[in-house]
Design a protein around this ligand. Structure first.
Ligand code: GCU
Length: 681
C-alpha cells in the first residue's frame, strides 16, 4: 500500500497478526470518559480513529464500565476514576503526567488512564495507542510517567515570507497570507504529532526575527494557531527582535534600561495576552550574528533579558535567552565565548528567564564535546538547544538518526557536582536554584507532504520529543518505537533498520569530520565539504574553519598551551581533554594539534587513522544501502524507493566528502593513502 509519509508515526494501520488482534479486541471493547473539554474532544477523536485503524472496528463509547472497558478521567471530575483511590499515585505526576493501570471495577476487568489534568489524559491516550502500535501486551499494565523537563519545545526558523532558515523540507507550514481566516487542517495534525511525543511549546518564527511578527497584522494570525494548538497542550512562543521598540514603536532607542522601552514591551505583552491568554513567551537571539541586543547600549544580556521578563511576568510568560553569541575577532577562539560571556551573569537573571544553550560550543556539528556552560551556572535556569534540521549533517538528503548524538550529549558527565552530574541531570535542574527546565529542538519541518523531506527525518523530530520528556531514554528504545509505529512490527525489518539508524550518525561523523574535526563544511551553505576555505579572505571565520592543517600536523590546540578551552570544564573532564593520551580520540583534533605521525590507540599514525575513518564512513553508507535493499517488500514501495534513492545520493556525497578531505589534507601530510584503501580521485 502506497504511503506518502503524511501520517508520520500515527499511521494506525490495522494489525496483521490475527491472534494479537483478537487479544486486543477482547481487552478493548468500549471506552468511558465522564468529562468534557476541548482536550477531551481531541482525545476522543484520537482514540476512536486510532483504535478503528489498529483493530479494524469501532470501539464504542459507554457510560458505565463493563469487561474490557478503557476508563479515562481525572479524579476531580470523573466519579468512576475517583472511586479508584489513585490520589497517592497521581500526586507526584504533576499537571502533565499520567497513569495507565489494569484495574478491576465492580468485578469487571478494565484499564484506566488517569491524570491530574486533561492534558495528562491526552498524553496517556497517545501512550496507550503506542503500546498497541508497537504490539505490546496490555493485559496487566502499570505505567506511571511524567515529563522530567518542563519546557519541551520546537523552534521553527521560519520567516514571514515562507522561507525557512536552514530548512530542507519545503517552505513554512504557516500560511501567513491565508491566516487568520483560513485554518489549514495541517495545523491540527502538527499539534497531534507534537502532543503524541509530549512537545508542549512551539516557537513559530526564526530567531533572526522579523519584528513584524509583533504587529497588529500578525498577532491575530498567531492567535488562530494558538487556538488550534491549545487542546493539544501546545503553547505558542515568538522570537522577537530586540530593536522592535525602534522599528515598530518609533522610539529612538531599544536600551533595556530606558523607561519608555520597558513600557513599550509591557504594552506589547498586554496586547499579546489579550489575544492569547496562555501565550508562552519570547525567544531571543541578541547581539549574535548581527542581531540587535542590550550590548548595543552597553547593557548586559541579563539586563536585556530581565527587562523583557518583567513585561511577561504578570502574565506568567517566560524568556528564553540564547547563549549562542560570539564575536568575530579572529584572535579569540570562538568556543570560549559563550561561556566567557554568560558564566559571569550566573544568578543575575530573573526567575522567568532561561538561558538556552546549544549542545556544543561551536554550532550543531556532527560531533562536539558538550558545552561547558552546562553545570557552570548553578543559579540560572538553563535549557538545551539541539538542532533537528540537518544543517551540518547532509540536509534532508542524508539518513542520520540524531538520537545517538542527543544521547551522547545528555549522557556526558560534566562533573559539576562530582561524578554523575550528567548534562541530562543538569537539564532536569538537579543542581540549580533556577525554577525552570527546558529542551528545544530546531525544527526540520516544512510543507513537504511527508513533513521532513527524508522519511527518516521524522525520527529526529520524534526523538527530540521523547528525550525532552525523558532525557534518560536510549536511542535504541526510541528507534525501536519509531520504526514499529512508522513502518511495521516485522522483526526482519525492525532489527536491521534499527542497526542502520543507530550507526548512521557515526557514519556521517566519519565521512565528514572524524576524530574531532569540525566546521569544515562548504562556506555559508554548509552543504558538502569546504576544508579549503580561504581563511585569509575570511578572517572572521579563521577560528571556525580551524582544522589548522599544516606540514606539522592537524587540529586546534585548545589545551592549556593553546586557547585553554579545556579550562572551562570541571576536573577531571578538564584533565582528560588536556592530555593527548587521555583525550577521547573522537574529539582529539577538537582539543589538540597533532603530528601526522602521532601513534593513535589503534597503532596507526594519525594520518592513517584519519584516512581509515573517512573510508569507514563511506563503507558505512554502502552498508546502510545494502541493508535497505535487503528489506524490499517489507514496507510500502513508495517509501522504499524514496529511501533507496536518497541513500544513493548519500553514498555519492559521502564519497565526495571523503575524497575531498583526504586529498586536501594529503597536501599537508604528504603521506600516502594507506595500503588497501582504494585511491581517491
Ligand atoms: C547557525 C546557522 C544560522 C543561525 C544560527 C543561530 O549559525 O548557520 O543560520 O541563524 O546558527 O543559531 O542563530
Amino acid at each position: 500500500k502506497a504511503d506518502d509519509g503524511y501520517r508520520l508515526w500515527l499511521k494506525y494501520e490495522k494489525l496483521t497478526d490475527a491472534a494479537l488482534l483478537e487479544q486486543y479486541r477482547q481487552a478493548l471493547q468500549s471506552y468511558c470518559v465522564e468529562q468534557k473539554s476541548a482536550t477531551i474532544t481531541a482525545l476522543q477523536s484520537e482514540l476512536a480513529n486510532g483504535l478503528k485503524g489498529l483493530l479494524g472496528n469501532d470501539v464504542k463509547q459507554v457510560k458505565s464500565v463493563n469487561n474490557g472497558c478503557l476508563l479515562i478521567g481525572t479524579p476531580n471530575v470523573s466519579p468512576l476514576v475517583a472511586n479508584l483511590n489513585l490520589a497517592s499515585q497521581l500526586k507526584s505526576l504533576g499537571n502533565e503526567g499520567f497513569l495507565i493501570k489494569t484495574v478491576t471495577i465492580n468485578k469487571k476487568q478494565c484499564t484506566v488512564i488517569a491524570a491530574n489534568k486533561d492534558i495528562g489524559l491526552l498524553y496517556g491516550v497517545f501512550h496507550f495507542l503506542k503500546l498497541i502500535q508497537t504490539q505490546q501486551s496490555i493485559a496487566s499494565l502499570s505505567v506511571a510517567t511524567a515529563p522530567k523537563i518542563q519546557l519541551r519545545m520546537l523552534d521553527h526558523w521560519d520567516n514571514l515570507d515562507g522561507s525557512i532558515e536552514r530548512g530542507y523540507a519545503g517552505t513554512s507550514i504557516w500560511n501567513w497570507a491565508e491566516l487568520p481566516k483560513v485554518t489549514d487542517p495541517r495545523y491540527t495534525d502538527y499539534a497531534r504529532a507534537n502532543a503524541s511525543i509530549g512537545i508542549n511549546g512551539t516557537v513559530l518564527n526564526n530567531v533572526n526575527a522579523n519584528p513584524k511578527i509583533l504587529t497588529a497584522e500578525y498577532l491575530p494570525k498567531v492567535k488562530v494557531l494558538a487556538d488550534v494548538f491549545r487542546p493539544y497542550g501546545l503553547k505558542v512562543y515568538l522570537s522577537i527582535s530586540f530593536s522592535a521598540p525602534i522599528t515598530l514603536g518609533g522610539l529612538k532607542t531599544a536600551d533595556p534600561l530606558n523607561a519608555d522601552v520597558a513600557q513599550w514591551w509591557k504594552a506589547k505583552a498586554n496586547e499579546i495576552y489579550k489575544l492569547i491568554p496562555d501565550f508562552g513567551g519570547f525567544l531571543v537571539k541578541a547581539n549574535s550574528e548581527g542581531q540587535p541586543g542590550p550590548q548595543d547600549y552597553g547593557r548586559s544580556h541579563a539586563e536585556g533579558a530581565n527587562m523583557l521578563a518583567a513585561a511577561l511576568q504578570p502574565h506568567n510568560g517566560i524568556v528564553m535567552w540564547r547563549a549562542f553569541v560570539y564575536n568575530t575577532n579572529p584572535a579569540e577562539d570562538r568556543t570560549l565565548q559563550a561561556y566567557n560571556g554568560f558564566k559571569p551573569l550566573d544568578g543575575k537573571f530573573n526567575d522567568n528567564v532561561l538561558v538556552q544553550i546549544k549542545n556544543g560550543a561551536i554550532d550543531f556539528q556532527p560531533r562536539e564535546p558538550f558545552s561547558p556552560l552546562f553545570g557552570a551556572m548553578p543559579a540560572t535556569s538553563l535549557m538545551m538547544e539541539f538542532q533537528i534540521t540537518q544543517e551540518y549533517l547532509g540536509f534532508s538528503k542524508h539518513l542520520v538518526f540524531l538520537a545517538t548524538l542527543f544521547e551522547e550529549t545528555l549522557k556526558s558527565d560534566t562533573y559539576a557536582k562530582g561524578k554523575g552530574s550528567t548534562v541530562a541531570n543538569v537539564l532536569q535542574g538537579k543542581y540549580s536554584t533556577g525554577k525552570l527546565t527546558g529542551m528545544a529542538g530546531v525544527s526540520n519541518i516544512g510543507n513537504s507532504r511527508n513533513w521532513c523531506g527524508h522519511p527518516f527525518g521524522q525520527a529526529n523530530w520524534y526523538a527530540l520529543g521523547r528525550l525532552a520528556w525523558n532525557p534518560e531514554l536510549t536511542a535504541d528504545t526510541i528507534a525501536d518505537e519509531w520504526i514499529r509505529m512508522t513502518f511495521c512490527n516485522d522483526n526482519e525489518f525492525v532489527a536491521p533498520i534499527k542497526t542502520v539508524m543507530l550507526q548512521s550518525r557515526e557514519n556521517t561523523v566519519n565521512y565528514m569530520t572524524p576524530m574531532g574535526l569540525h566546521h569544515i563544511m562548504a562556506y555559508d551553505t554548509h552543504n558538502g565539504p569546504g576544508p579549503w576555505v580561504d581563511t585569509a579572505a575570511q578572517p572572521n571565520w579563521k577560528s571556525t574553519y580551524y582544522h589548522n592543517a599544516s606540514a606539522g600536523g592537524i587540529g586546534f590546540n585548545r589545551a592549556s598551551t593553546g586557547s585553554d578551552a579545556v579550562g572551562q570544564y570541571f576536573p577531571p573532564v578538564r584533565d582528560e581533554f588536556e592530555k593527548l593520551e587521555t583525550c577521547p580520540e573522537n574529539l582529539l583534533l577538537w582539543f589538540h594539534n597533532v603530528k601526522w605521525t602521532y601513534t593513535t590507540k589503534s597503532g596507526r599514525t594519525l594520518w592513517d587513522a584519519l584516512c581509515y575513518h573517512y573510508y569507514a564512513g563511506t563503507d558505512g553508507v554502502k552498508a546502510m544501502a545494502k541493508t535497505w535493499d535487503g528489506v524490499k517488500g517489507r514496507i510500502d514501495n513508495e517509501t522504499f524507493t524514496k529511501v533507496q534513492a536518497l541513500l544513493k545520493t548519500q553514498e555519492e556525497e559521502a564519497v565526495i566528502w571523503r575524497n575531498s578531505c583526504v586529498l586536501y589534507f594529503q597536501t599537508f601530510s604528504k603521506m600516502p593513502i594507506p595500503a588497501g584503501l582504494e585511491a581517491p580521485d
